[in-house]
Design a protein around this ligand. Structure first.
Ligand SMILES: [Fe+2]
Length: 336
């Protein structure tokens, strides 16, 4: 009880951050508070503030793109780079020598190379893309923040073990707040290697979505699905149908396609054949959703977020080593 009293200020503080776990924070998970509308209030406020921030960052982004992202929750651009630049980028990423970390989720394995300033120093093509002003405007608009997303080169490997199915292959939402993720696919994506799946329009805060959020918030803390209990609600197909304006769409796309999605919308990693994989540049931005200003875009802050993540990873390595296990994102010797 004494411990709980000590933790109360922390739990209260987390209410105005992106903290999402119903399991870890008894205030976020409180059935009584959520019956009074705590979760729904956080969802609604986060959305209102995100729209405001996006409105501030719309300059230089085509009106059509802005509308599409707000109405449908995703933006797709095929043939994103000139063919020659694309081919050179694929080669550069395939041969890159940065630190590779791996994480297993169910029967899937993700390998990621953090595109830190240090790693990018040896990757001129990738660096040029991530510094391209038009690309940056698009990222910043969709993220509703001036800080650039944290970027990785990523390979997702499907069906590599007998573990239960990859949990990301079930329809879900990532969190209670708008969150931007992007993929620039460096190879074709098909039903073989698992196309991204998204329910168009499910990013919108419709009456059905709010009712569902309200219902889920009462049961999430005790939910049998641990991802739901941690605030990333899994979605049944009939619920997904009610929240979107069209059935789930599979993004079977050629390489050199840029896909940006708001993962507050209902999505999944599509089914794939065991042994298949796909390579992409991948990035995400999730910032405090309760600050009504779009942050600062200084390069020093962009660089700092990589140092912070690298430090966290090293700390995770040490903690895991002390327990005689590997960190969930552990270093591997193999490349991507
Ligand atoms: Fe997700």
């Amino acid at each position: 009880m004494f411990k709980q009293v000590l933790r109360l200020p922390l739990w209260l503080g987390e209410l105005v951050t992106g903290s999402k776990s119903f399991e870890a924070n008894p205030l976020i998970g409180s059935r009584r508070l959520n019956r009074c509308g705590l979760h729904v209030a956080r969802v609604t406020l986060a959305h209102g503030i995100m729209r405001l921030r996006m409105a501030m960052l719309g300059w230089g982004v085509a009106r059509e793109d802005r509308r599409q992202f707000i109405r449908q929750g995703f933006l797709m651009k095929t043939n994103f780079l000139p063919e020659e630049d694309y081919q050179a980028l694929v080669q550069e990423v395939s041969e890159a020598k940065g630190e590779v970390r791996q994480c297993c989720q169910g029967d899937a394995q993700m390998r990621r190379m953090l595109l830190s300033p240090h790693t990018l120093a040896g990757m001129p093509r990738t660096r040029a893309l991530l510094r391209d002003p038009a690309f940056r405007r698009l990222m910043r608009y969709c993220a509703g923040h001036l800080r650039m997303p944290i970027c990785h080169a990523e390979r997702v490997m499907n069906g590599v073990s007998d573990a239960p199915e990859d949990p990301q292959k079930r329809l879900h939402v990532d969190t209670f707040q708008p969150t931007m993720k992007f993929w620039l696919y460096l190879e074709e994506v098909s039903e073989v290697n698992g196309p991204f799946v998204y329910v168009p329009g499910s990013n919108r805060l419709s009456r059905q979505r709010l009712a569902w959020e309200y219902a889920m918030s009462q049961q999430a803390r005790q939910h049998a699905d641990r991802y739901t209990a941690r605030g990333s609600f899994r979605v049944e197909p009939e619920q997904a149908a009610a929240m979107g304006e069209a059935p789930p769409r599979q993004f079977k796309v050629p390489g050199n396609t840029l896909l940006i999605a708001n993962t507050f919308g209902v999505h999944a990693r599509g089914k794939a054949e065991p042994g298949s994989s796909r390579l992409a540049l991948w990035g995400m931005s999730r910032t405090n959703p309760f600050i009504p200003l779009p942050g600062l875009g200084f390069e020093s802050l962009n660089r700092l977020q990589y140092r912070v993540l690298e430090h966290q990873r090293r700390q995770d390595d040490k903690r895991a080593a002390a327990r005689g296990v590997k960190a969930s994102w552990h270093r591997i010797e193999a490349g991507l």
